[in-house]
Design a protein around this ligand. Structure first.
Ligand code: ZN
Length: 269
C-alpha cells in the first residue's frame, strides 16, 4: 500500500474511526436533505447552492454546518428569520449516528463503507415516500444494482443469493400486491415498494430482508392501529410502506445478526 494511504488507514483505527464516521455521516446527511427535497421535484442535487425558501438568499458555508449551524441560528434563517424545519438537523444527526453504529459494528472496512452508502439511500427513500408517497426509480433501480455489485465485493450475501433474494422479494411483493388488489379492489402496494424490497434483497440477502420487511410491516401496523385507535386515522389511511421498509432495513443493517439470533432462538432454543 502507498505510504500515504497506509498513514490514512492507520489514522482511522478505533476510536478515531467511529468519530470520523459520525462526522462524515452528518455531512452526507446534509446532502441527503438536498436529495430528499430536490429529487422528487426533478431538480439537480449538485447545483445550485441551497437557498432559503423564505427570502431566497444563498446559504453561506458557515451556516451550512450539519446540526451545529441550525442550533447556532436557533432554527431560523440568518437573513429573514424564517423557521427552518428541525427535520434537517434531525436527518443529519440520524445519518451520523447510523454511520457511527455501523463503524462500531463493522470496523474500518469495505463492508462498513458499503453499508453506510446503502443506509443513506434507505433514509432518503424513507423520507421521500413519507413526503410524496413515492419511491423514485432513479433511486431504487441504481439501489438494486448497488446491492448486486456489493455482493461481488464482500459476503454475505453471495452474488447468487443477492440475485435470488432481489428477484424473490420483487415477485413476492408483486404477488401480494395482486392479491390485495383483487381483494380490496384498489392498488395496495405500488411498484416502488416491489423495487425497494428487491433492493433490500440484493444488498442484505434473503433472511435479513425477511427480517427488515417483518420489522417494517410490524412498525407500520402498530402505527396504523394507533392512529385508528386515536381517531386520527381510518382503515383507509394510507401509510407509506416504503418509509417502514426503510426503517426496517436500517434496523437490520445496524443490528441484523443479533436480531436474527434472538428471533431464531424462539424456534431453535
Ligand atoms: Zn431567509
Amino acid at each position: 500500500m502507498h505510504p500515504l494511504l497506509q498513514g490514512f488507514a492507520d489514522l482511522l483505527r478505533p476510536p478515531v474511526w467511529e468519530w470520523f464516521a459520525l462526522l462524515v455521516g452528518m455531512l452526507v446527511g446534509s446532502f441527503a436533505n438536498v436529495c430528499i427535497y430536490r429529487i422528487p421535484a426533478g431538480l439537480s442535487v449538485v447545483s445550485p447552492r441551497s437557498r432559503c425558501p423564505g427570502c431566497a438568499s444563498e446559504i453561506r458555508s458557515l451556516d451550512n454546518i450539519p446540526v451545529l449551524s441550525w442550533l447556532a441560528l436557533l432554527g431560523r434563517c440568518r437573513v429573514c428569520r424564517r423557521r427552518i424545519s428541525a427535520r434537517y438537523p434531525a436527518v443529519e444527526a440520524a445519518n451520523g449516528l447510523v454511520y457511527m453504529g455501523l463503524a462500531l459494528r463493522l470496523g474500518p472496512t469495505l463492508p462498513a463503507a458499503l453499508a453506510m452508502a446503502f443506509a443513506t439511500l434507505l433514509l432518503i427513500l424513507s423520507l421521500i415516500d413519507l413526503d410524496h408517497h413515492l419511491l423514485p426509480n432513479v433511486l431504487t433501480l441504481p439501489g438494486i444494482v448497488f446491492g448486486l455489485v456489493a455482493s461481488l465485493l464482500r459476503e454475505p450475501p453471495s452474488p447468487l443469493e443477492a440475485t435470488l433474494a432481489a428477484l424473490g422479494g420483487y415477485l413476492a411483493l408483486a404477488l401480494i400486491a395482486r392479491a390485495a388488489e383483487w381483494y380490496y379492489g384498489e392498488e395496495a402496494l405500488g411498484q416502488g415498494d416491489w423495487k425497494m424490497v428487491a433492493m433490500l434483497g440484493a444488498f442484505l440477502g434473503a433472511k435479513p430482508t425477511l427480517l427488515a420487511v417483518l420489522l417494517g410491516s410490524f412498525c407500520g401496523a402498530v402505527l396504523g392501529l394507533s392512529l385508528v385507535a386515536l381517531g386520527t386515522g381510518s382503515r383507509r389511511t394510507r401509510l407509506p410502506l416504503g418509509t417502514f421498509l426503510g426503517l426496517g432495513g436500517l434496523a437490520t443493517l445496524l443490528a441484523g445478526p443479533a436480531l436474527l439470533n434472538w428471533y431464531g432462538s424462539f424456534f431453535l432454543g
